[in-house]
Design a protein around this ligand. Structure first.
Ligand code: BES
Ligand code: MN
Ligand code: ZN
Length: 495
């Protein structure tokens, strides 16, 4: 991927991608006037005869028959001009990729949208264009051959020479963000059979290997016993695969005081345990490590991103299985701060493993903690499959997260940590119970986690909905693991 100064209509390539806003009253928009002239009124025809309306992600292609140096032009709609955002651009580029992925395209030229939009910075536009194309091209080919093609070379063309340097920066950021997201998608798509807690720990090990500024600490079952991490141990005890607590540390070269901890839920498979899930609810539960996958995605590019803060990535890799050794409903466990929990439902396991992971994270004395967890079906009921629920004890952290999502396009919505609901987590015979009745399940889960972060500024992201797409949701997010959260975290830590 590269950027050059030039005029997009003068570039020699196999395909040229250009963009247009919504067509009003079948009039050629000024963005397409020049192409229309060069292609002998062709734009007029596609508008009047082929139904091209410039709707968001609508595409139409034109053969140029030597009227231009390119063989084909693909026009992509951006929709209503006033509604165009960075996300519109990301999706439009992704939609364009899907049109050409079956064509033989050696060299693709793309009109750089910074020439058209002044309201966004040049590097941001470059970044989202890059992300859109790369994320759209993601396929999970581990178990099946997939024939999509990708151009040998993609050139963005801008008329403004001064934009080139900034654009290059944006392209690199976009490549890193896409790479990290795809890293998380791959982990999420691998079935539980081939991604055990040990495998997930080994992924972290591979990421830290040979990198001076990334350290790794791993705690095995025996060490977890010494630490009193009964939340992790009890959830894992029904499985043949032992648990690991994994701690990655990124230290920037320049000294900093700021420290952030990213904690991911890491159930490589959640059967529900003895409170067994029905098969419909269990079939996608390989995704229950999506929180850890997002953290690992961040660490997969962190040394290229050079954030100025110290970043800790923490997850407790476990598998939740029923067996003769499994945790029983009614059992009382003890987590790292000695608090006891009556486990009334072994399917509310994420909060048990997270209790220990959050207690461990708190001991690192970070300035803030962000956890990402496929925690509750209730959050999916509340916000649907595309929106993450955020619960936090710190308004500023929420504001920062929201700002990051405005760029990343990942949607979050704040849910309350309602004090009055704390009583629902009280047990007559232990400090807490792990379920709180039928209503407000996302909130009571968040309240449960809050018990283990003390006063540290903390935000909990319930990603149960957006981490896995039952079916394709937009041109760059196809069915399967989405890598949701990665791009928001990258934006947050690079600020
Ligand atoms: N991993 C599930 C939550 C989940 C649901 C993730 C749908 C992704 C998609 C979690 O461990 C779970 O089973 N939660 C229970 C909690 C309940 C028992 C209090 C749930 O949501 O039903
Ligand atoms: Mn569960
Ligand atoms: Zn779970």
């Amino acid at each position: 991927m590269q950027i050059k100064k030039g005029h997009f209509l003068e570039e020699k390539a196999d395909v040229l991608i250009i963009f247009s806003p919504k067509i009003i009253k079948k009039q050629i928009p000024h963005e397409l006037e020049e192409v229309n002239l060069r292609l002998n009124g062709c734009i007029k025809e596609i508008i009047q005869e082929e139904g091209y309306k410039g709707l968001a992600n609508q595409t139409v292609f034109i053969r140029t028959h030597q009227a231009l140096p390119v063989k084909r032009v693909l026009i992509v709609g951006l929709g209503e001009k006033e509604e165009i955002t960075l996300e519109t651009i990301r999706q439009a580029c992704a939609a364009a990729y899907h049109e050409i992925k079956n064509w033989k395209v050696k060299h693709l030229v793309v009109q750089h949208l910074s020439d058209v939009f002044e309201e966004y910075s040049v590097d941001d536009i470059s970044q989202v264009m890059t992300e859109g194309i790369l994320l759209a091209s993601y396929t999970f080919g581990k178990y099946k051959k997939i024939k999509d093609r990708f151009p040998d070379l993609i050139t963005f063309v801008t008329a403004k020479g001064k934009n080139v340097r900034l654009s290059e920066k944006g392209i690199v950021q976009g490549q890193l963000a896409a790479q990290a997201t795809m890293f998380a998608r791959n982990l999420g798509n691998i079935p539980g059979q081939h991604l055990t807690p040990e495998d997930l720990m080994l992924v972290a090990k591979a990421l830290a290997k040979g990198k001076k500024n990334i350290q790794l600490k791993v705690f095995n079952q025996e060490q977890l016993q010494k630490m009193g991490a009964g939340g992790i141990l009890s959830v894992a005890q029904g499985s043949d695969h032992p648990p690991y607590l994994v701690h990655l540390i990124y230290k920037p070269t320049k000294k900093t005081k700021k420290k952030i901890a990213l904690v991911g839920k890491a159930l490589t498979f959640d059967s529900g345990g003895l409170s067994l899930k029905p098969s419909e609810a269990m079939k996608n539960m390989k995704i229950d490590m999506a929180g850890a996958a997002a953290v690992l995605g961040v660490f997969s590019v962190i040394d290229h991103l050079v954030p100025r803060c110290e970043v800790h990535g923490i997850f407790a890799a476990c598998e939740n299985m029923p067996s003769g050794k499994a945790l029983r409903p009614g059992d009382i466990i003890q987590v790292m701060n000695k608090k006891t929990i009556e486990v009334l439902d072994t399917d509310a396991e994420g909060r048990l493993t997270l209790a220990d992971a959050l207690l461990y994270a708190s001991k690192q004395k970070p300035d803030s903690i962000i956890d990402l967890a496929t925690l509750t079906g209730a959050c999916v009921v509340a916000l649907g499959e595309e929106i993450t629920g955020v619960m936090s004890n710190d308004a500023e952290l929420v504001a920062r997260l929201k700002e990051a999502t405005e760029f990343s396009g990942e949607k979050i919505w704040e849910l309350p940590l309602e004090k009055n609901y704390r009583k629902l987590l009280k047990s007559p015979i232990a400090d807490y119970k792990n379920i709180a009745g039928r209503w407000g399940g996302a909130l009571t889960a968040g309240l449960f986690l809050q018990e283990f972060v003390g006063k540290i500024p903390w935000a909990h992201l319930d990603i149960a909905g957006p981490s896995f797409a039952e079916k394709t949701i937009d041109p760059y997010t196809k069915q399967g693991a989405t890598g949701h959260g990665v791009r928001t975290l990258l934006k947050l830590i690079s600020k």
